[in-house]
Design a protein around this ligand. Structure first.
Ligand code: SF4
Length: 428
């Protein structure tokens, strides 16, 4: 968006307070995310009443009229029209808020059928990178699954993928500045699976093949895969991860529930035993890898017995961390109308139980590295680093940011590891 606006002669303002135009790129994955958007709009209006405000992203796609009715929103642009933002601004700058108009009016809406979007759109790599030390590179968008709790397919559209050559070109460019690149997508494991996608070399396009190509054709020192649906962790992919030190030893596979009845109502495409085979294979082949999952507490109809089944399954899995979500009803999703809503208090209690379980597993995992060396990339500020297996290491002495280092672990911090301090272990 920034690149498109720069093409129209706009320049970036130092802050939202100083800007003439503010674009708010929104999330709508939970009701809490929606609340954050409302709060951000109110804050923006307080701090900069003169700015024109455009709201875009997933909330804008899900419910454009709702946002357009909020005071101080000049435009609402759905994901379907995100590529047209620079043209919309040029065309409607004066009409959207004629000089002297207040902010109490109905914003203009540009939103349509996201399902019709077949192009893969991503920002030029320099813009995606910013000044972070571990840039995310989006190589896939959208999702064809129909998980009953999820709003994402309706706001992001069908699965579509970046061309392999483009991904390689972007990783090559990022490798000139960064040690680690994180490959991301809405449903990353489906990279290249859409009908008509041209596979490199003519065979079927698979994520494992793309990763191999990125490792072979670029000098990137560390490639990390973000979340991948469990059944897309193929043996090929796990075997490569186990054998290739440049590929981060990090498996993140959303689980949501360890109870088959709940998984069925969620319309997840696997059952607990299928999930277990993937995660147990990952652990067998990579004893030190990070293994993480998203899990949901309080899905409609989740009885005490179902929750307990899920908790026991999670306890038995070799997870090293969990992202625990409290279920929240999303308007427009099938689960939003399911009977058997779990009281919010119970959802929160279950969330707390799973977090406690995750914390205990995480401590046990971290303890295994005391006295051992880990490979890590130093982060911004040079005081900490992120290990290949996703542990944050507090450094004993500052290092330049954005370097690959090998660090001996002296102990644990509250949430991560601490580098051994060589001075502290000298005999007195
Ligand atoms: S696979 Fe993920 S993005 Fe796709 S519908 Fe399910 S939860 Fe949503």
């Amino acid at each position: 968006m920034e690149a498109a606006l720069a093409g129209q002669g706009h320049t970036p303002a130092g802050s939202a307070r100083a800007a003439e135009l503010v674009i708010l790129n929104t999330c709508t994955v939970t009701s809490a995310a929606d609340g954050d958007v409302h709060q951000a709009i109110r804050r923006l209006r307080r701090e900069n009443p003169a700015a024109r405000v455009m709201v875009t992203g997933c909330y804008a796609q899900r419910s454009p009229e709702e946002l357009a009715a909020l005071p101080g929103v000049d435009w609402v642009v759905g994901n379907s029209h995100k590529t047209e933002i620079a043209e919309i601004v040029a065309r409607e700058w004066d009409t959207v808020r004629p000089s002297g108009a207040g902010i109490d009016f109905h914003g203009l809406v540009h939103a349509g059928d996201i399902g019709a979007q077949t192009a893969f759109l991503s920002a030029p790599v320099q813009d995606a990178a910013g000044d972070r030390t571990r840039p995310n590179l989006k190589i896939q968008d959208g999702c064809n699954n129909l998980c009953t709790f999820c709003i994402i397919p309706s706001v992001r559209g069908h699965s579509r993928s970046a061309a392999a050559e483009d991904a390689a070109g972007q990783v090559r460019a990022l490798a000139t500045h960064y040690r680690e690149v994180v490959l991301s997508g809405i449903n990353l494991g489906r990279w290249g699976r859409e009908r008509g996608f041209a596979a490199p070399g003519g065979g079927p396009a698979r994520l494992a093949g793309l990763v191999r190509r990125l490792l072979d054709e670029t000098p990137i020192e560390r490639l990390r895969l973000s979340s991948i649906e469990p059944m897309d962790f193929s043996d090929d992919l796990l075997r490569m991860m186990a054998a290739e030190p440049r590929l981060a030893a990090h498996v993140h596979a959303p689980l949501q529930s360890g109870c088959d009845a709940t998984l069925k109502r969620m319309k997840r495409r696997y059952r607990a035993r299928h999930y277990a085979t993937r995660v147990e294979t990952a652990r067998a082949w990579m004893p030190d890898a990070a293994i993480g999952a998203d899990v949901m507490a309080g899905f409609p109809g989740e009885t005490d017995a179902e929750f307990e089944e899920s908790r026991r399954f999670i306890e038995a899995m070799p997870f090293t961390y969990l992202h625990v979500f409290t279920y929240s009803e999303r308007p427009g999703t099938p689960a939003g109308t399911y009977p058997g809503a779990v009281p919010v208090r119970v959802r929160k209690e279950r969330n707390a139980v799973l977090r406690e379980l995750a914390a205990a597993k995480n401590v046990a995992f971290r303890q295994r590295f005391v006295g051992r060396k880990v490979s890590a990339v130093t982060l911004e500020g040079g005081l900490s680093a992120l290990s290949t297996n996703y542990l944050k290491v507090e450094l004993a002495r500052p290092r330049p940011a954005n370097h690959l280092v090998s660090v001996r672990i002296g102990g644990l911090t509250a949430a991560g590891l601490r580098e051994e301090n060589p001075l502290a272990v000298l005999p007195s």
